[in-house]
Design a protein. Structure first.
Length: 325
């Protein structure tokens, strides 16, 4: 038997979770009919949801032995959710996908066919359109990929998603990267392995609302740049050199103007130069501080996530309560 673990990070997915469970059951049954050697487990990660997501997962775990879940003690973010799922998945193959059905379960049979023979270590989807997204958000996303691939040695394919069907060997390589500040898009590319990209049109959420705001995505993009490139530090050095040269030129001009008696203009120019140089210093210090902050967080060796409950704990508690009653 070959076990496929399907990892599903969840945060406030109360509305869409029943739809996802119904759809994924159809696909698992279909794949089981075509490949009798396959078995499945569903590993849901409740990332500190504030709605009834955990309640639904408990109900699913009681009626379906294939359902496993881990509930975090608080919201740790999607990156921690994906890591927890990969760490606890038992399968020979591991799938990472969202519960909102923007990652169509219908792609799983095709992904399996690409990976099962060992020709590819990973099959993933790549959006060829950004249908349903705002123009500003799409423009910034494309800009991020262009910048990232210019300044980083790790290539990140534009439109590539976290929806991935991976071999156990690739999953183990990802788990070897125990860093606290995680950027999975970069990690998936950094570990290498042969990857098949399946192009498809963007699909909108089946229900509910996304928890990703524009500001959240912007911060996430900065995480990726800092995690996989030191180019901003070089930029800060270059800006510092330019600022010093500009300051030297302005100082010479100020002396010349002061000698010729035009002190008022010279003072105005000097003030502008001081503000410019001060701003550049703060910018360069801020860039350096971001890298220092990441190193500081890594040095703490804090756990990437904390578990509050899983399906084994809940099933045991439910059985004990049933016996008492």
């Amino acid at each position: 038997m070959k076990l496929i673990s399907i990892v599903v990070p969840c945060y406030n997915e109360e509305e869409v979770l029943p739809l996802f469970y119904e759809e994924i059951q159809k696909i698992m049954n279909q794949m089981k009919e075509e490949h009798s050697e396959l078995a499945f487990e569903l590993v849901f990660i409740d990332d500190g949801s504030r709605d009834k997501t955990l309640t639904l997962l408990r109900e699913m775990a009681l009626k379906d032995e294939r359902v496993r879940y881990i509930s975090f003690s608080r919201n740790f973010g999607k990156e921690a959710g994906m890591f927890a799922g990969l760490e606890n998945a038992k399968g020979d193959y591991v799938v990472v996908m969202d519960a909102d059905l923007q990652h169509p379960p219908a792609f799983l049979p095709k992904m399996y066919n690409f990976v099962k023979d060992g020709e590819y270590d990973c099959a993933t989807t790549r959006r060829v359109s950004r249908k349903g997204e705002s123009k500003i958000r799409s423009a910034f996303a494309r800009l991020f990929y262009k910048i990232m691939n210019k300044i980083s040695q790790t290539e990140i394919v534009d439109g590539a998603q976290d929806f991935r069907f991976m071999s156990r060997q690739m999953v183990n390589a990802i788990l070897d990267m125990q860093e606290y500040n995680r950027f999975s898009k970069g990690i998936f590319s950094w570990v290498g392995f042969k990857t098949k990209y399946i192009e498809y049109e963007n699909v909108e959420r089946a229900a509910g609302a996304t928890s990703w705001s524009f500001w959240g995505l912007f911060r996430y993009s900065l995480e990726g740049i800092i995690a996989f490139s030191t180019a901003p530090l070089m930029i800060a050095c270059i800006l510092g050199i330019i600022a010093c040269l500009a300051g030297l030129v302005l100082l010479i001009l100020w002396i010349v103007q002061a000698v010729h008696g035009d002190a008022s203009r010279a003072q105005t120019g000097l003030m502008c130069a001081l503000f410019l140089l001060g701003g550049l210093q703060m910018l360069c210090t801020g860039i350096s501080a971001q890298y220092l902050a990441k190193a500081y967080m890594e040095s703490k060796h804090r756990p990437i996530y904390l578990m509050r409950e899983n399906e084994e704990i809940y099933r045991a508690r439910h059985q004990a309560e049933a016996q008492e009653s």
